[in-house]
Design a protein around this ligand. Structure first.
Ligand code: CO8
Length: 260
């Protein structure tokens, strides 16, 4: 499928999705959201695709936020009536059960930071900058900045970022736990794609359940989470991939996964 604001590419079992509005620092508008939803739905449906990477085109930005020019004259009734941007959480976070990684190259601001945080984890380039500058526009984070950022980096940093608009550089983001790793910009895509290939090479049901369980840690009590984790583990023991994985270990060979 061809899109206007994003690019998609298959590299084996990895889907690479690139936000492609470099002239607007990959700002997220309604078309981007619709196209990302379609691209992620295609990724989710395709049994041959096991992990996705989302990045931004150019070397300057992953995404500099929601498109301010699109929002500037939009009436409140339309923001509320359309439930503006609700689709990010329902269609990109909840509907995508396969793992995906954000490869953040440069600015990830406002909605850009929020979309990166929707990924299962973030790999950042050394020039990455994260921020929630919405307050400078007279608004506040609307797609998870106050919630996911706080869970990721704690109250002090999240509050300071939301109240001052201060950006966090890649080194601080790694120290604070917002990103899993920082790599030189020139190596970002090779690293992110190699990591995605590693994830794609894992038994798919175990990968999906791992994702579900880690996400559940943010939604439930420790006792309920531990119980759910134990049940998921027990369910996985019924899969052919479990039999194969343990046999492969004993026989000192790589496992061949069937996803069942
Ligand atoms: N929206 C639209 N256009 C943008 C955006 C944006 N968010 N960011 C940059 N651009 C455009 C600029 O207008 C400029 O276009 P043009 O050349 O036509 O004027 C082009 O991209 C290049 O940008 P700059 O010239 O500004 O580049 P600089 O290197 O000087 O600065 C910055 C880079 C610091 C990233 C700067 O562009 C900037 O501050 N951008 C805005 C960042 C921002 O405020 N983001 C938050 C937006 S609000 C948001 O994300 C809310 C999400 C939640 C909505 C949920 C609703 C329920």
């Amino acid at each position: 499928m061809t899109y206007e604001t994003i690019l998609t590419h298959h590299d084996g079992a990895v889907t690479l999705i690139t936000l492609n509005r470099p002239q607007a620092l990959n700002a997220l508008n309604t078309t981007v959201l619709e196209e990302l939803i379609a691209a992620f739905a295609e990724f989710e449906r395709d049994d041959g695709q096991r992990c996705a990477v989302l990045t931004g085109s150019g070397e300057k930005a992953f995404a500099a936020g929601a498109d301010i020019k699109e929002m500037a004259d939009k009436p409140t009734a339309a923001f509320y009536g359309e439930d503006f941007f609700a689709g990010w959480t329902s269609r990109l976070v909840k509907a995508v059960r396969k793992p995906w990684i954000a490869a953040v190259n440069g600015f990830a601001l406002g909605g850009g930071c929020e979309v990166a945080m929707m990924a299962d984890f973030i790999i950042a380039s050394d020039n990455a900058q994260f921020g929630q500058p919405e307050i400078k526009l007279g608004v506040a984070p609307g797609m998870g900045g106050s919630q996911r950022l706080t869970r990721a980096v704690g109250k002090a940093k999240a509050m300071e970022m939301c109240l001052t608009g201060r950006m966090m550089d890649a080194a601080e983001a790694e120290r604070a736990g917002l990103v899993s790793r920082v790599v030189p910009l020139a190596e970002l895509m090779d690293d992110a794609m190699a990591t995605a290939r590693t994830v794609a090479g894992m038994p798919p049901l175990a990968a999906m359940m791992s994702k579900e369980m880690v996400d559940m840690a943010f939604e439930t009590t420790l006792d309920q989470g531990l119980l759910a984790e134990r049940r998921m583990f027990q369910v996985l023991t019924a899969t052919e991939d479990k039999a194969e994985g343990m046999a492969a270990f004993v026989e000192k060979r790589p496992g061949q996964w069937k996803g069942r």
